[in-house]
Write a protein that binds this ligand. Structure first.
Ligand code: C6P
Length: 409
């Protein structure tokens, strides 16, 4: 196996159903390197305490580790200030924070919110709620036959009425890298704010939030080697300042009287209650690991794997691949179907060969409807994957129709 990172991932180095595990579901969640597991373990063994509250050694230490994570995230995404980093539990909570704090307060009747048809439900359903509550219109940018948002679609859908544009950087179903710079520029040209769903991009490529000039970027730690339960909302300071808190309670206040309260400064006013310090420590270690690998290398490795997968799967009769095959516009996510075999059956059959893929609608029902299908099989790649994993996938796929009694042709 010619991949030097595999050894760092205990979960990857195992047999499943008598076969070497081929974990091809990193878009759902990634496996964790031993260094991340150790960092979390050390935190709970040696430093666990409630941050921001105690004046004693452990609490000060936990506070330092939590706030250091904010610095590390800031540098990783190229933000200006660590106060622009708000910790949440995952991308879903991040979008709810933006919908409830920004959307519900700064959107009025007749305003338009523009998203794409390829959005994950987390960047879709919260905006439906805002549109319903505020009498706004939720508009969609649709995809062309290659699964791409065309320039015309951007020009036509984002108008003077648009107040929010929220779009995924990389589709979790098709792997398409959207023309987000163009979308952000267009949003700003009409006075709208631009939100980026970075859940499938930040873990896989170098993203600089300032170069992109995104107003908000949302992502989850568990899709980038860190534990579950920690996520990030990056927001420009001036926008975070004017937004009210989304969750009320402990640690997010300044003063509280019987009938009134004032709130802590950004970012603390958005972090009500005891926070996930262990998760933040894990995210710090995950970013350290990714920096050592180099994001350029992560991206190149995934592009090599996805090209190889497209080549191998294209050779198999009865397999349909969805989305663009233009590698410049594609990250390490590949959706496909096998004629007459339900994706859940494909997934179950592959599992018997130790191959883990995801099957279903991938929390993107409107996209499935747009593509006139119910579900897909999805293989997604990360640094620990090898061409051997893809060979195993291709070989097993050749057998799926046979398993269900179809001939080999
Ligand atoms: N997509 C997938 O298998 P959470 O679950 O909150 O950490 O992330 C939500 C989310 C938001 N945006 C995009 C583009 C995503 O891909 C996801 C999570 C997983 O595709 C689980 S459904």
């Amino acid at each position: 196996m010619n991949n030097k990172y595999v050894i760092d991932f205990p979960a990857i180095n195992q047999q499943v159903n008598g076969h070497r595990l081929a974990y091809l579901d990193s878009a759902a969640t990634t496996q964790k390197p031993a260094s991340v597991i150790k960092a979390v373990n050390d935190y709970y063994n040696l430093f666990n305490a409630n941050p921001h509250r105690g004046a004693y050694y452990l609490s000060v230490k936990a506070t330092e580790m939590y706030e250091n994570a904010r610095e590390v995230v800031k540098d990783f995404i190229g933000a200006d200030k660590s106060k622009e980093i708000v910790f949440v539990k995952n991308a879903t909570e991040g979008f709810n924070l933006l919908a409830y704090s920004y959307g519900m307060n700064f959107i009025s009747e007749g305003d338009e919110i523009v998203i794409s048809i390829a959005e994950h439900h987390s960047n879709l359903v919260p905006w439906q709620q805002v549109a319903k509550a505020r009498g706004a219109v939720l508009k969609y940018m649709y995809l062309n036959e290659d699964g791409i948002i065309s320039d015309d679609e951007i020009e036509n859908k984002i108008t003077e009425k648009t107040k929010i544009v929220s779009v995924t950087h990389v589709s979790n179903v098709l792997g398409t890298i959207n023309p987000v710079k163009k979308i952000i520029e267009k949003a700003h040209s009409v006075g709208a704010i631009a939100i980026l769903d970075g859940a499938q991009s930040i873990p896989h490529m170098k993203v600089n939030v300032k170069d992109l000039d995104a107003d908000f970027v949302v992502f989850s730690g568990h899709k980038m080697l860190s534990p579950m339960g920690i996520g990030v909302v990056y927001g420009k300071e001036k926008l975070l300042e004017k937004m009210p808190p989304f969750m009320f309670g402990g640690d997010m206040i300044e003063y509280v009287w019987e009938q009134e309260a004032t709130f802590a400064e950004v970012p603390f006013k958005f972090e009500g209650g005891t926070q996930n310090v262990g998760g933040a420590v894990g995210l710090t270690a995950a970013i350290k690991y990714l920096n050592e690998v180099g994001m350029q290398n992560v991206e190149e490795h995934e592009k090599e794997l996805v090209s190889y997968a497209i080549e191998k799967l294209s050779e198999i009769p009865h397999v349909t691949i969805y989305g663009t095959k233009d590698i410049d516009k594609k990250a390490g996510v590949l959706s496909f179907n096998v004629d007459e075999v339900h994706p859940h059956d494909v997934s179950t059959i592959l599992d018997s060969y130790g191959i883990a893929i995801r099957a279903g609608h991938h929390c993107a029902n409107p996209l499935m409807r747009h593509m006139k299908i119910n579900a897909t099989c999805r293989a997604s790649f990360y640094i620990y994957n090898t061409k051997e994993d893809i060979d195993a996938l291709a070989e097993a796929l050749k057998n799926t129709r046979k398993w269900l009694g179809y001939g080999s042709k």
